[in-house]
Design a binder for this molecule. Structure first.
Ligand SMILES: Cc1cc2nc3c(=O)[nH]c(=O)nc-3n(C[C@H](O)[C@H](O)[C@H](O)COP(=O)(O)O)c2cc1C
Length: 449
């Protein structure tokens, strides 16, 4: 099953010429983040020469939409059915007794900062953070395993904090129940995963209550290979790089943050649950997975929300594509294209998008001749097909995303929708010129190799 997890991703990226190796010395404090964010976290970079450590670091892995599609063996149009199909029909994982991720097992004297080069990303961050770690826990009621990427503040020794955001109400509930029963919650942090597991991890457990390893087995089109942890009763991906095993003490909290998040805005210091690590397991010569926070991580989250918006629109309009844009943090701005069948389609789509996902503040609805990924094309549709007195929808004081600062003035968010579709019917004034035989996708390399 070598086609699973980080090593297989690196093989593919190398084969496609999409992996850059950096051999210059790079300090994990600030310098690494500066390099990753220079490329907007869209360029996978393997840092081989990390100051103060023998462990290489991979970053910028999953911030490029086209690479994500390629790694997932999907395309823009096919991705919705792929995601929605996995949710409708989960698969089954397989189990192995020995696994690469357990080539080394450390249970005593765990000192995380001494073992791995854990980056500090931004000036006012409270310290080093695991930004790509995926928390796994088993739901005591259903027995399902839930995994989700979360941020972990590294406190030294075997202590880390985990942030459990309001977007994870189910884990908050589980922790509360454990606290009331006086029990700890066994957990594991997974590092060194692939695009499928990342995407799976972004499917909400509160919404679907589906075992995420079963979901992943369906999404990847083959059983996910799992191995039993060494010190806790949990299973983890056998081919991962590093696993941190431990327990969350629901009543033991510690200060976490500040930490720069979406679009570089800081979240404030708050108390969050502490995790006590009981074992660290890793491959021979492990690679440490990192992402510069604030951008890369939101693409995977946005891709799941795009599929949910698509599913919400499909019963009422002929939706063609949905883009939660990079400029809106893959959360706050949506562009939707549709094949218009009735005059009300544009406005109905605005309402459906705003109702489907509370984080969206501004939505633009365009016809299917507009490329939702091309900001100039979208702007052109607004400039030429939209009339503010007729096509604008404004809603004041709705739910919103606490990850953007203007929300905090009232704890609410205003909503804006633009119906930038053209009127139905044969309207010659809306005809756009075309060059016969050359659509958008013609191969320019035939002319300029
Ligand atoms: C790189 C990355 C970092 C994230 N950081 C956090 C975090 O610190 N805390 C959190 O609760 N959610 C975080 N999220 C979002 C959750 O992973 C996401 O909401 C997930 O769907 C929650 O899963 P759940 O519904 O099973 O709890 C992050 C997502 C990504 C991709």
């Amino acid at each position: 099953m070598s086609e699973q997890m980080l090593r297989s991703v690196l093989e593919k990226l190398t084969c496609w010429g999409s992996l850059t190796e950096c051999t210059a010395p790079v300090n994990p404090k600030f310098e690494m983040g500066a390099v990753l964010s220079y490329y907007k976290s869209e360029k996978p970079i393997l840092f081989r020469n990390v100051t103060g450590s023998d462990v290489p670091v991979i970053g910028g892995l999953y911030g490029n939409r086209q690479l994500m599609y390629r790694l997932l063996h999907t395309e823009a149009e096919a991705r919705f059915d792929r995601i929605l199909g996995a949710i409708a029909r989960p698969g089954k994982p397989v189990y192995t007794a020995s696994a690469p991720v357990q080539e080394h097992v450390i249970t005593r004297g765990i000192d995380l900062p001494a073992m791995f080069p854990i980056p500090i990303s931004n000036e006012k961050d409270s310290g080093p953070y695991l930004t790509s770690g995926m928390l796994a826990y088993r739901d005591p009621d259903s027995g399902h395993t839930y995994i989700a990427v979360r941020r972990f503040q590294v406190n030294g020794g075997n202590s880390i904090n985990v942030l459990v955001s309001p977007a994870s109400p189910y884990l908050q509930e589980v922790l509360q129940k454990c606290g009331e029963a006086g029990k700890d919650l066994p957990c594991a942090v997974i590092l060194g995963y692939d695009a499928s597991l990342l995407l799976t991890s972004q499917i909400s457990s509160s919404r679907y209550h589906l075992d995420k390893y079963e979901l992943d087995s369906a999404l990847r089109g083959q059983p996910l290979e799992l191995v039993r942890c060494k010190s806790v009763d949990l299973d983890v991906p056998a081919q991962a790089e590093i696993i941190l095993e431990g327990v969350i003490h629901p009543h033991r909290v510690g200060a976490e943050g500040p930490f720069a998040e979406l679009m570089g805005y800081y979240s404030a210091e708050e108390d969050s649950p502490l995790i006590e690590l009981t074992a660290v397991t890793h491959r021979d010569r492990p690679i440490f997975q990192h992402c510069f926070p604030g951008r890369e991580e939101h693409l995977a989250y946005g891709m799941i929300k795009e599929a949910e918006i698509y599913a919400a629109l499909r019963p009422s309009v002929d939706v063609r594509d949905v883009n939660l844009t990079a400029g809106g943090g893959h959360r706050l701005h949506a562009v939707v294209s549709l094949h218009k069948r009735s005059e009300g389609d544009g406005k109905s789509a605005v309402l459906a998008v705003l109702g489907a996902y509370k984080d969206v503040k501004h939505v633009v609805v365009v016809d299917d001749d507009v490329d939702v990924y091309d900001p100039e094309d979208v702007e052109g549709a607004i400039a030429s097909r939209f009339q503010a007195g007729r096509d604008l929808v404004v809603v004041s004081g709705a739910l919103g995303s606490p990850l953007e600062p203007s929300y905090h003035e009232r704890g609410m968010s205003d909503k804006l929708g633009l119906d930038a579709t053209k009127p139905l019917g044969n309207r010659p004034e809306y005809e756009r010129a075309e060059i016969p035989g050359f659509d958008r996708s013609f191969d320019i390399h035939r002319y300029l190799p």
